[in-house]
Design a protein around this ligand. Sequence first.
Ligand SMILES: *[C@@H]1O[C@H](CO)[C@@H](O)[C@H](O)[C@H]1NC(C)=O
Ligand SMILES: *[C@@H]1O[C@H](CO)[C@@H](O)[C@H](O)[C@H]1NC(C)=O
Ligand SMILES: [Cu+2]
Length: 322
Amino acid sequence: MFALASLTAVASSFLPTVLAHGGVLAYSNAGNWYAGWQPYNSPTGQTTIERPWSTYNPITDATDAQLACNDGGASGALQLTATVAAGSKITAYWNQVWPHPYGPMLTYLAQCPGSTCTGVNSNSLQWFKIDEAGLLSGTIGNGTWGSGIMIQQNSSWTTTIPSKVPSGNYLIRFETIALHSLPAQFYPECAQIQITGGGSLAPTSAELVTFPGAYSNSDPGLTVNLYTQQALTETYYSIPGPPLYAGAQPDYPAPSAPASSAPASTPTTPTGTTSAPGASSTPTGPAVPQYGQCGGIGYSGGTVCASPFTCHQVNAYYSQCY
Ligand SMILES: *[C@@H]1O[C@H](CO)[C@@H](O)[C@H](O)[C@H]1NC(C)=O
Ligand SMILES: *[C@@H]1O[C@H](CO)[C@@H](O)[C@H](O)[C@H]1NC(C)=O
Ligand SMILES: [Cu+2]
């Protein structure tokens, strides 16, 4: 009894954390199965195409030095590389059942200099986005997200290696971002692939980013609050990171930005102010009650809060009275 009780105590102090998070544990491509890195086994003797990674815990800072591949950037001692044809589909498998259905799925490539990625630090590379799926239907507060589809699809995500991408050695970075609590949780892992039979469409400089660097902690897509009244009517979600590579072949349609955000208002707004981006500079409309919306890109309602409340910017798309 005593032994059982203490075992249970140990289990309950560790399991919730481990089960609530995770990462990519395997890959498949063209009928080949590739077992991934096991972060809780000894690194000695592990041979896999996946880059070593360190923890099931999420990264919660967009500037974290481990944001590229959830590791220090190095390849494994016995690092392998998978040969993958341009135009084929590659699938990453997370630990089952993935617990976080709210947030985007993203896949990036980064080409390595020279004839192999082995020995190349992932933080030195430039990445371009070849797949993304954000809010696919419904609203921010009550909708279907890329990561919800990932869970439905056996906790896996499939990305097409663009047929136009130049042949060569790449890291492929699969990422899911969880938005159920803030700060947002990043779960990125990488694998080494050699792309064969590719095309000649190099990514443009506007499509290339570094990790860290590609995201900011104030990005609208990383600060969105799922639990506001506004979230139950908002149907646009801005996926973090650079624009999709022009040759990308995503399975899910890109979201179209709301037409009303077309005027020069951009998501890069000053922080720490009580201004309401996208709202008219002259306060208008009836007083907005506590917790009501008072500003944000695409918003055209009242901007004055009922006394004694004032308007606070939550993100570029939403300011609230409180
Ligand atoms: C969420 O969406 C479902 C299905 O579209 C709907 O039945 C439900 O009432 C919605 N819940 C809220 C809180 O809006
Ligand atoms: C679902 O994923 C697991 C790995 O997590 C894999 O072993 C299994 O074959 C997959 N099932 C299907 C139907 O793809
Ligand atoms: Cu988690």
